[in-house]
Write a protein that binds this ligand. Structure first.
Ligand code: ADE
Ligand code: ZN
Length: 350
């Protein structure tokens, strides 16, 4: 499209990116061989015959649940600290090529600790990649630890305790000072996995503790769940952002509240098409959000699975909505303002 070069160069922030969702078929096979992890036999699941057949499977998910099965099965190849570092590093390299200047990335510690991988192995590996991204690519980063909502709240509480014991939440909570913020290895908490039936309010205790410790708060909501999953995250968890949030458009009063409270939605267009939330990008309420003053960023979610990294998502939105340069500048500014960074970094990005 004529705006492709402009979109490529626009300083982008990514806020909705699961590091485990960056596991490409090539990396699945490479790490399985290195770590001696058995993949499903091709008789049991023909998708695992080769990286190419696995890639073809990634293009055809029926729903969020269908995708999550594949996601949890694949991530079992991640075992050593170096595996986590490599996974995140490969993402940062591609993100830099796509014009990402600041990335706030999710990880799912319980998906690893449940398999016997130590919490600190995961965090150390991801942290090493974040430090390298800053040094070698000039990308600033934040780590956001997500709780899996299909597991009991007691498991989330144990995960919180691991983060506290490891000193990963230490910091004095001054969100305007970049140096203070950088001292905390884990900046925020999120909530992900199966949405419908696992209401946000179940996790009120760990989120209250997050707030007490000055940890930032977001939660997936309104992807497959109705708008009460969004209001539940705002009221029950005091979430500062909503991940996805596209079903907000079904509740005009809640939409006005999101505008007034300057809640950022982290929208993931290609993900929504892949997981059949909508049939095509043009059906997403992105024009409505822009016109109503809802702040949102555009993100890739699980790019290894959904056929595109962040610039692919920007271009898909442009193709569907044909925004003007000024509209794109507003989208980029809103995503900088919605980032969990201090004033110094904000001014650099603006
Ligand atoms: N985990 C990884 N990607 C996810 C998504 N899009 N929704 C919920 N949980 C997820
Ligand atoms: Zn997500």
């Amino acid at each position: 499209s004529p705006l492709h070069q402009f979109l490529a160069e626009l300083p982008k922030c990514e806020h909705h990116l699961h590091l485990e969702g960056c596991l490409t078929p090539a990396l699945v096979f490479k790490l399985a061989a290195k770590n001696g992890v058995a993949l499903p036999s091709p008789e049991d699941d023909p998708a695992y015959a080769s990286p190419e057949s696995l890639a073809a499977h990634y293009d055809n998910f029926g729903s969020l649940e269908d995708f999550l099965q594949c996601y949890y099965r694949g991530l079992r190849v991640l075992v050593a600290e170096a595996d986590f570092e490599l996974l995140a590093w490969e993402y940062f390299v591609t993100a830099a090529e796509h014009g990402v200047r600041h990335a706030e990335v999710f990880f799912d510690p319980q998906s690893h600790t449940e398999r016997g991988v130590a919490f600190d192995t995961v965090v150390r590996g991801f942290k090493a990649a974040c430090d390298r991204a800053r040094r070698e690519l000039g990308i600033t980063t934040r780590l956001i630890m997500c709780f899996l909502r299909h597991l009991p709240p007691a498991s989330a509480a144990e995960t919180l305790a691991s983060a506290v014991e490891g000193g990963h939440l230490d910091g004095d909570g001054d969100h305007h000072d970049d140096d203070n913020e950088a001292r905390r290895t884990i900046t925020g908490f999120g909530l992900d996995s199966s949405e419908v039936g696992f209401r946000p309010e179940l996790f009120a205790d760990v989120y209250r503790e997050a707030e007490r410790r000055g940890v930032r708060r977001t939660a997936h909501g309104g992807e497959e769940g109705d708008p009460t999953y969004i209001s539940g995250a705002l009221d029950g968890l005091r979430a500062e952002r909503i991940d996805h949030g596209v079903r907000l458009v079904e509740d005009p009063a809640l939409l006005r509240r999101v505008v007034e409270e300057e809640i950022l939605l982290t929208v993931c267009p290609l993900s929504n098409v892949c997981l059949r939330v909508v049939e095509h990008v043009g059906q997403l309420p992105i024009r409505e959000f822009l016109d109503a003053g809802v702040r949102f960023s555009i993100n890739s979610d699980d790019p290894a699975y959904f056929g595109g990294y962040v610039l692919h998502n920007f271009c898909a939105v442009q193709q569907a909505f044909d925004f003007t340069i000024d509209e794109w500048r507003l989208i980029a500014e809103n995503s900088i303002h919605g980032s969990w960074i201090g004033e110094k970094r904000r001014l650099e990005l603006l």
